[in-house]
Design a protein around this ligand. Structure first.
Ligand SMILES: [Zn+2]
Length: 391
């Protein structure tokens, strides 16, 4: 027994050694929407995501499991990258350390920007903080040599920027916002310059001044859930709800962008890229829920980032006026369209197709209109709160 244990230990040590000396694979991110996951956890919607990355970001692969590579972000930080998002690059040689350089804070006619000069396109992650509202960006593998932060008056939404060297090789960029509400940010590289593009709060946050994207869930060969007794398809009914919401919003003079208006196949990547191109002010996704337990019913709203939570709360509050059960307001949700940070977004799971009472409501065209009105009211409530909390 002891001998076997010793042999196993030696073997493991030998493998580790082999990996350290020859097993490291260096490359870059590729594909339309590369992303990192925290671990190898998995559920219906995939593992918990650290966030999306730009392409051409340097990646150091240290292990491989099924469809993912384990990548080393810094001395103490690791993540998982889909193999489809990795391209080996023999031309990239890892340096013992990477430095940050000067920053620039400025605005154009639409956005504010913070740019951080780096030695290479290093991996990063970002998160929201609320009360006070801040965007926090961690740059992995980077050590500060930042001694200069130019701040121009053209920046309108950014209150303050500063940094913290969190670990020897984890550099944290902190961006304080003027407004309480997060309106979204987008991170990309311009050359080796990390750029955080920040969406400003609209000067008049009213429906008539906003572009609202609506995503009707599923479509084409992706039929979604089925009605427990009617066998109706989720994809057909999400579209009916979405079209009513479009009407309700247009009646309030909002601009609307629909990811689909017919029964078509769209992947999550298609939808995300379509919406990104439109640069909407907010996104509403519409789905119908389903459970193996036929007794479960009710309405629910979902968000991923804490700064986008308020919208999902005001919508849920209005939805409950339809006499639906409260299935809850759910955070940290791993739905693909809740992943982008560019605009506030909310997923509405109107009711359960797997419950006969909820299903009856879902089948009723009057309920589609009523739901659209409530979502519309929920957005208006949120905008009212935004106007009140201007600073
Ligand atoms: Zn669905």
């Amino acid at each position: 027994m002891k001998k076997i244990l010793l042999a196993t230990c030696l073997l493991a040590a030998a493998q580790l050694f082999a990996q350290d000396s020859t097993g490291v694979l260096v490359g870059r991110t590729i594909g339309p929407l590369p992303y990192l996951e925290y671990g190898e956890g998995d559920d219906r919607l995939g593992g918990a995501k650290m966030g999306y990355l730009d392409t051409n970001v340097v990646m150091k692969v240290v292990d491989s499991l099924k469809t993912d590579y384990k990548v080393q972000l810094s001395k103490n930080h690791f993540a998982w990258l889909p193999k489809a998002n990795f391209r080996p690059d023999t031309g990239t040689h890892l340096r013992p350390y990477y430095l940050t350089s000067s920053w620039r804070v400025y605005g154009d006619d639409k956005y504010d920007y913070v740019t951080v000069a780096l030695d290479a396109r290093l991996p990063y992650r970002s998160m929201h903080q609320v009360s006070p509202s801040r965007i926090v960006v961690d740059v992995f593998g980077a050590t500060s040599n930042t001694n200069w932060i130019t701040q121009l008056l053209t920046a309108k939404e950014i209150k303050n920027v500063y940094y913290e060297q969190l670990e020897d090789d984890v550099f944290r960029v902190i961006i304080e916002l003027k407004h309480k509400q997060h309106w979204g940010h987008f991170i990309y590289y311009a050359g080796n310059r990390l750029t955080v593009r920040i969406r400003r709060q609209p000067s008049k946050p009213k429906l008539k001044n906003l572009l609202i994207a609506i995503d009707a869930g599923h479509g084409g060969s992706n039929t979604g859930a089925a009605g427990v007794s009617s066998k109706i398809k989720e994809k057909d009914y999400t579209l009916l709800f979405a079209k009513q919401l479009e009407k309700a919003l247009k009646r309030k003079n909002a601009q609307v962008f629909m990811t689909r208006t017919g029964d078509v196949d769209l992947t999550m990547i298609d939808r995300t890229l379509m919406i990104r191109e439109q640069q909407p002010d907010i996104l509403i996704s519409i789905h119908l829920n389903s459970s193996a337990n036929a007794n479960i019913k009710g309405t629910s709203t979902y968000y991923r980032y804490i700064g986008f939570r308020p919208l999902s709360q005001t919508i849920l509050k209005r939805m409950l006026e339809l006499d639906l059960d409260n299935f809850g307001n759910i955070g940290a949700f791993n739905f693909a369209l809740s992943g982008p940070t560019e605009y506030p977004n909310c997923l509405v799971e109107v009711a359960f197709l797997s419950n006969t009472e909820d299903e009856k409501r879902i089948l009723d065209p009057k309920f589609h209109k009523a739901t659209a009105k409530k979502i519309c009211k929920g957005i208006e409530d949120w905008l009212k709160a935004v106007r009140k909390n201007r600073r």
